[in-house]
Design a protein around this ligand. Structure first.
Ligand code: AMP
Ligand code: MN
Ligand code: MN
Ligand code: MN
Length: 277
């Protein structure tokens, strides 16, 4: 069975390694097929694709789109997209452009809590144009000694109810899935176990709406998921005829629970998402 890792990040969004370095690391760790899925961005795909040829592994062009669902932000991983698709690239650009205003508001929120200079501080960590994320604020908060590590940041700051969290309009579920399908890709609901839906009933509602909007797969295997959640999302997928995906969500050395290729094989009885691209 080839080893798949269909979710990770590079310096084209909030990862620490260049696209080529991510691919080389994946290859050295035994990954046979890798998808690079930078947040709202595809600028690293060309470099990664060339590196995959050099390394002799399979490559799937991807992205991870930020989406509003009710009061939550959810992520939709796109796999097998045409990076030249004009509607998708325009859509992704519109999401990225919104990040700058959001980042300024995050800075204002932190300043109001007695932490000035965060926006400029975060910008120093940005490695891709227009792509400023909470991760860049988190790295700055660690570097300036305000937090012990990235995990500490996301307990005390940048999350709902804490300084540095701001509401933001990304895009809608039907819109994101429409762009992905228009570009020939497959839409995967990323790490569903991470969303604070407040109970199984509302999780079912989210997955039903994702399915009704044309969504193709659930990311069943993710470092965010417990064994019970893996079983839960496997059941959700089987019941609806959704495919199943797997991804380490790797961001870089020292910042991720799992390294590239670290996840076990998909549970039996699931249709792998790669049968659809
Ligand atoms: P953004 O897209 O700007 O909202 O930033 C989201 C990113 O923040 C995620 O993709 C992760 O890289 C990071 N992040 C969010 N929550 C956590 C957490 N609890 N621990 C570590 N990183 C996190
Ligand atoms: Mn990230
Ligand atoms: Mn995500
Ligand atoms: Mn991710």
């Amino acid at each position: 069975m080839p080893r798949y890792d269909l979710h990770c990040h590079s310096t084209s969004s909030d990862g620490l390694l260049s696209p080529a370095a991510v691919v080389a690391r994946a290859a050295s760790r035994g990954v046979d097929v890798l998808a690079l899925t930078d947040h709202d961005d595809i600028s690293g795909l060309a470099e990664a694709s060339r590196a995959a040829v050099d390394a002799g592994i399979g490559f799937v062009p991807g992205s991870e789109l930020s989406v509003n669902w009710e009061d939550l932000t959810v992520h939709v991983v796109a796999l097998g997209i045409d990076p030249g698709d004009r509607t998708l690239t325009a859509g992704l650009r519109s999401i990225r452009e919104g990040r700058t205003g959001r980042a300024k508001r995050i800075g204002e929120s932190l300043a109001a809590a007695g932490i000035p200079g965060a926006y400029q501080g975060a910008l120093a960590f940005v490695t891709s144009e227009e792509l400023v994320s909470r991760t860049h604020f988190a790295r700055w908060l660690v570097e300036t000694g305000r937090c012990r590590d990235i995990g500490d940041v996301f307990k005390r700051y940048l999350v709902p109810g804490r300084p540095g969290y701001v509401e933001h309009e990304w895009t809608t579920l039907p819109q994101a899935i429409g762009w992905i399908h228009g570009a020939g890709g497959v839409a995967v609901l990323a790490h569903p176990g991470r969303y604070k839906v407040g109970g199984e009933r509302r999780m079912t509602q989210l997955i039903d709406e994702f399915t009704a909007a044309g969504g193709d797969a659930l990311e069943v295997l993710s470092p965010s998921h417990s064994a019970a959640q893996v079983a839960q999302f496997a059941t959700h997928a089987r019941l609806r005829g959704l495919a199943a995906s797997t991804g380490s969500d790797y961001h870089g050395p020292g910042e991720s629970w799992l390294d590239l290729g670290d996840l076990p094989p998909l549970p039996a009885g699931l249709e792998p998402v790669w049968s659809r691209f």
